[in-house]
Design a protein around this ligand. Sequence first.
Ligand code: FE
Length: 191
Amino acid sequence: MSDEAELRARVKALESLLVERGLIGADTVDQIVEVYESEIGPLLGAKVVARAWVDPGFKERLLSDATAACGELGIGGLQGEQLVAVENTDSVHNVVVCTLCSCYPWPVLGIPPNWYKSPEYRARMVAEPRRVLAEDFGLPLGEDVEIRVQDSSAEMRYFTVPQRPAGTEDWDEERLAGVVTRESMVGVAVL
Ligand code: FE
């Protein structure tokens, strides 16, 4: 059995035992995963991005030490000790991958989606990022845009600061946070 298959089997066994003994409901684990996937994680990352858009000083601190800057907003903890934020611009597009496994900045993005953990994404994004972005994510980037693939590890957990959408100049921070998606912070989408 591969390490991953063994881990899965063990997790499943633990989950079954907890349910069997009545310690948790059958859908409790699903609910927790769902909350981390769609709510807690990406919503916090969106707050960080929106703050960076409206506050140049914060953006500067975020790009030089993301762990400390996120800490200013009370965001941090498990799997977030070494956060690195990279900025997407007209000329540079960063996209995040973990070629070895699935390292991901949990405090700002939650639990990684399945595609992020897939062997295809991890191998192909490094080998042919321009093509993967265009074909798999519907994000064709011009040849004049340099693509930087940021390979995350346990020591460096990357996320991107997407470009602020045009026409949002008079939006406040909360409204801005509402448009920032998980995909844009991994760099497989723009806003
Ligand atoms: Fe990893």
